[in-house]
Design a protein around this ligand. Sequence first.
Ligand code: B4P
Length: 190
Amino acid sequence: MLNLVLFGPPGAGKGTQSNLLIDRYDLVHLSTGDILRGEIAAGTVLGLEAKTLMDSGDLVPDAVVIGMISSKLDNNSKANGFIFDGFPRTTAQAEALDDLLNEKGTSISAMLSLIVADEELIRRLLARGESSGRADDQNKSIIANRINEYNNKTAPLKDYYSTQNKLSEIKGNGAVEDIASKLNNVIDAL
Ligand code: B4P
């Protein structure tokens, strides 16, 4: 199985690149952000709980997202592999993911980490906010909180995967196709 963690700060291009990778490598795309926004749109209890946190740029509790990923893995038992987009975001999530994959006799193949400067992240997210309607894309202070959450809780996961020799860092600025081509080169060499 090919199991990829697509990693990076908010606005780094994780969702954008995932959409290209799933077609090329025939993988199942698991975006915790998309799943949570689906719960909000459906008006579930989980969605209602998550909405306030997401709208202010805070992370949703680990137990919630780990439970979501666990059931998605069970529902896709015949998959060739997965792209984890926006997950894991904390050490507890990374450890839980290792355990879940281990139970299925597989593991993470690589973490692909997109590097983009903060000014470019802010520019992209504000631009998306003009059309997405997402509350967390609407103003600089919420975006700053998301970047802060990433730096404090999520960026340390690079060390987690680096000690397992699974970390590749890729520059995430420039044309979408050029970044996709760099990602493909890393994956094809695995
Ligand atoms: P996510 O949905 O994961 O949102 P994101 O970090 O903003 O990344 P996204 O994938 O949407 O954006 P992308 O970089 O592709 O998370 C939202 C919230 O959900 C979190 O704040 C948190 O509250 C909650 N959450 C999700 N997962 C969680 C977890 N595991 N644990 C706890 N909480 C969790 O693209 C951004 C923009 O850049 C787009 O407009 C795109 O078109 C543009 N873009 C992409 N590539 C570009 C390029 N090369 N050049 C120019 N623009 C580009």
